[in-house]
Ligand binder design. Structure first.
Ligand code: NAD
Ligand code: WQD
Length: 336
């Protein structure tokens, strides 16, 4: 049966795509976002894509009174909690901001859910909780760690959820560890749209393709990988969004909490991604070799088998589709 799902951070990159996937699967969704990292026109774009009005609460996930009002005004059956600060580099400069929003946001939300009698939660975790993985591809059972305050908050959130889940059998909590989400919706109306300086590889490559940057800085070509550049597991954001719908379905059907990787199981190097983006744009994109980025690791690739066995989830889209959809979105955005 269709659920009304509260999406904290639902105007952001992954949240907006998940909104569309939920509606396509017969659910409805309500968005809570403070628009600190989202464009004001995202709700209008979601209305165009889904053909129905979008209910948005503009405010902070740490605001308990606002959360209580949202639960009072809507029959929320589940929550997907995306709202967070996510820039690992920035978190080193501003650790308290990350602890406040990421830990304070989760605890405020959990309290409001308990008060409202809503016990189904899907949480945005990250491959960052694996730190430097010793076993590749990384299974969910791998040891956890962190390399920066952002990673610390994701690990701490996982641990908070374990303790809260163990405290009351009504809780059904999904912890989804995303690998590297890239790409944009097939409509080219929503996509990754950083408010200021990009943090991740593909938004940087997009700026090179748009001519905003002369060349991509490749952070090291002496890693122990096939071409010396860092290898990651890039997953199309529409596949990732579908993973949330499947995880929610599992929570509703079984009431069973679960922790799964959402990745493809295939790794691509920086140079391979740059070449794929160049194919989407129709020309080679320039790069220069720069020093290694502090805290980087050579390779992170998901073992996706648990998500397949438990949820029936398999990523379907490859890197060419990821890059082509990103390019369609950013070039359309450039033209207004
Ligand atoms: P995003 O920044 O695009 O989305 C987060 C949304 O939350 C934004 O719309 C922002 O305005 C909102 N927000 C931030 N602080 C808020 C607050 N205090 N109250 C209300 N809203 C607030 O990021 P995203 O890439 O969509 O990431 C979503 C989640 O997935 C985050 O929890 C992030 O840590 C996690 N994650 C992201 C990646 C990635 O590479 N994009 C990888 C792993 C995990
Ligand atoms: C990918 C590869 C870089 C930019 C980060 C966060 C992590 C998680 C996912 C949220 C690496 C290389 C990058 C550039 C480059 N986020 N690179 N030039 O490192 O897997 O992790 O995003 O949870 O917490 O730390 O992703 O996109 O930053 O980098 O050469 O200008 O691209 O060295 O090998 P990463 P990324």
């Amino acid at each position: 049966m269709g659920q009304t799902v509260l999406l904290t951070g639902g105007a952001g990159y992954i949240g907006s795509h998940t909104f569309v996937a939920l509606r396509a699967a017969g659910h409805d969704a309500v968005v809570l976002d403070n628009f600190s990292n989202a464009r004001a026109d995202v709700p209008d774009r979601l209305e165009v894509i889904t053909g129905a009005p979008v209910r948005v609460y503009r405010g902070d996930v740490r605001d308990g009174a606002l959360l209580a009002r949202i639960f009072a005004e809507n029959a929320i059956g589940a929550v997907i909690h995306f709202a967070a600060l996510k820039a690992a580099g920035e978190s080193v400069e501003k650790p308290l901001d990350y602890m406040d929003v990421n830990l304070g946001g989760l605890t405020a939300l959990l309290k409001a859910m308990r008060e409202a009698g809503c016990f189904r939660l899907v949480f945005s975790s990250s491959a960052t909780v694996y730190g430097t993985p010793e076993v590749l591809p990384v299974p969910e059972t791998a040891p956890r760690g962190y390399a920066n305050p952002y990673g610390f908050t994701k690990l701490a959130c996982e641990q908070i959820l374990e303790q809260v889940g163990a405290s009351d059998p009504r809780w059904a909590i999904a912890t989804l560890r995303y690998f590297n989400p890239v790409g944009a919706h097939s409509s080219a109306l929503i996509g990754e749209d950083p408010q200021d300086f990009p943090n991740n590889l593909v938004p940087f490559v997009a700026e090179v393709a748009l001519g905003k940057r002369a060349a991509l800085n490749v952070f090291g070509d002496d890693w122990a990988t096939r071409d010396g550049t860092g290898v990651r597991d890039y997953i199309h954001v529409e596949d990732l969004a579908r993973g949330h719908v499947m995880s929610l379905g599992h929570l509703v059907e079984t009431g069973q909490s679960h922790t799964v990787n959402l990745g493809t199981g295939r790794g691509y190097s920086v140079l391979e991604m740059l070449a794929a983006y160049g194919r989407a744009v129709g020309r080679d994109l320039p790069h220069v070799i720069a020093p290694r980025r502090p805290g980087d690791v050579a390779e992170v690739v998901a073992d996706p088998s648990k998500a397949a066995a438990l949820l029936g989830f398999r990523a379907e889209r490859g890197v060419d589709e990821m890059c082509a959809s990103s390019w369609a979105f950013v070039s359309r955005r450039r033209n207004g």
